[in-house]
Design a protein around this ligand. Structure first.
Ligand code: HEC
Length: 179
């Protein structure tokens, strides 16, 4: 039986693909490997700077908190730095933390200033809020844990952000029971 020469030449060309095709395969392989590699080391897309209200208070560290310029809307000023993790703040969605007192300073602020054990330097509620944020140890609200509120907020909040916080909180009377 005779072998058809055309068939044999076709099969031999299948067995040895032209060098260009081999080169293309190699390049594609490298590109694919590179793509897989970059996907592997790509950091997971961040969910944004907003601190989860479910995060335990002890897991809140200065490194997790971005700088706040004060140009942000007030809700963002609070949520970016994590105040809602520990405080109820009237008008701020998700701010139902129970670690610290409800931030109804429109009611509680005057009470703190009138407290005979108050040794801070604030003479207005506005000043008291600023002092509470930058120097939490100046007055520890009775019934709440000391050294729990972070002490590094002064380094994260701009003067404008602090002003906005104080301006907002000093007017909150809220409908949550003041403690
Ligand atoms: C890890 C928990 C925690 C976080 C986060 C936190 N606080 Fe507090 N805060 C407390 C605790 C506990 C107290 C009460 C003890 C004290 O006075 O230090 C307190 C007290 C206060 C007071 C005094 C309240 C009063 O009734 O006299 C103010 C004002 C306040 N915090 C504002 C803030 C603001 C604004 C933020 C965000 C920039 C914030 N806190 C973030 C725990 C926290």
């Amino acid at each position: 039986m005779q072998v058809d020469p055309s068939e044999s030449s076709a099969s031999s060309s299948r067995a040895t693909p032209p060098p260009e095709r081999a080169a293309i395969m190699i390049v594609m392989g490298i590109v694919l490997l590179y793509a897989l590699w970059t996907l592997r080391i790509e950091p997971a897309p961040s969910a944004g700077p907003v601190v989860s209200v479910n995060a335990g208070p002890t897991s809140l560290t200065a490194e997790m908190i971005p700088l706040v310029s004060g140009d942000e809307p007030i809700v963002e000023v609070f949520t970016k730095v994590g105040c809602p993790v520990c405080h109820v703040i009237p008008g701020i969605p998700g701010a139902n933390g129970q670690v610290g007192p409800p931030l109804t300073l429109g009611v509680t602020g005057v009470q703190r200033l009138a407290d005979p054990t108050y040794r801070g330097r604030a003479s207005t509620v506005h000043e008291y809020v600023v002092e509470s944020v930058v120097d939490p140890a100046a007055f520890v609200v009775p019934g709440y844990p000391e050294r729990t509120m972070p002490v590094w907020y002064g380094a994260k909040l701009s003067a404008l952000a602090l002003e906005k916080i104080a301006e907002y909180l000093e007017h909150q009377t809220g409908n949550v029971p003041a403690k």
